[in-house]
Design a protein around this ligand. Structure first.
Ligand code: ATP
Length: 253
């Protein structure tokens, strides 16, 4: 579980996060949505410990980050997996070497043990016969699977995904969303996903935090987002005619 209490973050005179509080449960896919520039990436970087909030607290399974010593912070970082926008694989490494990378960085496993673990997670993300290929030799959807395998290979307690669907066709995007949700439940991970994708919101939004101008404008589940009358949310989520129609159909049920 990650609990965020009243976090603020500014860059110079620009206030980006303006007092956000929320809670992300483990075993759930928690989504952060909001317009471009609303502070989603800065928020995710605060959760990752890459930015230090100016004010407020972030608590990971009852441990306040600001009260951890350096060793505890290092330990916490090793408990985090990250799926970057665009996958961010190492171009010159094969698929299996990419997945082994966090194990080489953070564990004392032998090469054979690392290979076995990497092969196991590649199987879990349903990527077969690609171990020795380079990222350039596989599709975007397959690259995402490699990125997910790399993020979970060290058995993280927390998984952060920045726009995991960017660049994917809608069908592959849903497959990737479902894979992230299945893994979240299977390994009981606290997963936080930044997304622009309304399909993801509908499909896997067990908890949705909607940011606007650095503030929490709304939070709830994908069921609740259909029913909310909060105009800020409906203007954003139902800005497309397609989603307006989906909502109408849902509300008539
Ligand atoms: N390192 C930084 N230094 C200064 N300003 C920054 C920095 N990082 C982000 N910002 C500013 O913070 C604001 C929020 O940016 P952020 O990247 O969090 O938005 P976002 O909601 O993720 O947008 P998008 O959906 O387009 O990725 C922007 O005005 C941005 O210019």
């Amino acid at each position: 579980m990650i609990k965020v209490e009243n976090i603020h973050k500014s860059f110079g005179s620009t206030q980006v996060l303006n007092g956000i509080s929320s809670c992300f449960d483990k075993g759930k896919t928690n989504l952060i949505i909001g317009q471009s520039g609303s502070g989603k990436t800065v928020f995710l970087k605060c959760l990752l410990g890459l930015f230090q909030p100016d004010q407020g607290r972030i608590i990971y399974n009852n441990q306040d980050y600001s009260e951890m010593d350096e060793d505890q912070q290092t330990q916490l970082r090793q408990e985090m997996g990250m799926v970057f926008q665009g996958s961010a694989l190492f171009d010159s490494m094969t698929v299996i070497e990419n997945v082994m990378f966090p194990l080489r960085m953070f564990t004392n496993l032998t090469r054979e043990e690392m290979k076995d673990r990497a092969a196991m997670v590649l199987q879990r993300v349903n990527l077969v016969d690609a171990d020795n290929k380079l990222p350039s030799e596989i599709s975007g959807g397959m690259q995402k699977r490699v990125a997910i395998a790399r993020a979970i290979v060290n058995q993280p307690k927390y998984l952060f995904c920045d726009e995991p669907n960017s660049g994917l066709d809608p069908k592959t995007a849903i497959v990737i969303d479902n894979l992230i949700q299945e893994i979240t439940k299977e390994y009981d991970i606290t997963t936080v996903i930044n997304t622009h994708d309304m399909n993801s919101v509908m499909e896997i939004g067990e908890k949705i935090l909607f940011l606007k101008d650095g503030l929490k404008a709304w939070e709830g589940t994908n069921e609740e987002i259909f029913r909310t009358d909060n105009k800020t949310v409906t203007d954003f989520v139902y800005s497309s005619d397609l989603f307006k129609k989906v909502r109408e159909v849902y509300l008539k049920k």
